[in-house]
Design a protein. Structure first.
Length: 173
């Protein structure tokens, strides 16, 4: 266990698993899209929260941290066993979602509207950008709407917190 584990005090169990490949977009109503997130703790927290709020699929840009990163696996706490996660080119995936009638809402301060002004739709996807730089301009440009969470006293929220607020606010029936 000491040779295989990444932590000082690992759990006393270990398993060998196969990584699923060639996943496709699921036919759902709620999607979480992660654009270039780099912190494995943030991604793991977002995936756990996505499971809690009924997200049908988490879509990660090819530039996101590897889903099988040890810190990410620990922070997901097994949520990935119950929720489809897909890597891909967001410039292809977002238009494919829009063709299926999914309203894509990006998160950014510039040119955004307060989250409570965005009407909840039957099918929605929420895009969260990189921890330091936000969403890439090309991704912002293909979103249907841009939203932000009105806050006071500080400039911004951690991406995992902001994403959790968005998922809660727009959760489906």
């Amino acid at each position: 266990m000491e040779k295989l584990a990444f932590t000082k005090t690992p759990q006393p169990i270990m398993a060998r698993c196969f990584i699923q490949k060639d996943k496709k977009l699921v036919d759902g109503k709620r999607y979480l899209i992660l654009d270039y997130l780099q912190d494995p703790g943030n991604i793991g927290t977002l995936i756990r929260t996505a499971l809690a709020f009924g997200i049908d699929q988490v879509i990660l840009s090819n530039e996101c941290v590897d889903l099988y990163n040890d810190k990410l696996l620990r922070s997901m706490q097994g949520a990935h066993f119950h929720l489809s996660c897909l890597y891909g080119d967001l410039k292809e995936i977002i238009p494919a979602l829009k063709e299926k009638g999914v309203c894509v809402v990006g998160s950014a301060l510039e040119n955004g509207r307060p989250i409570h002004e965005i009407k909840k739709q039957e099918k929605m996807a929420y895009v969260l950008g990189n921890e330091g730089n936000g969403m890439e301009k090309e991704i912002i440009d293909i979103c249907d709407q841009i939203a932000y969470i009105p806050i006071t006293t500080i400039e911004s929220l951690n991406v995992a917190v902001a994403g959790s607020v968005m998922m809660y606010h727009f959760q489906g029936e």
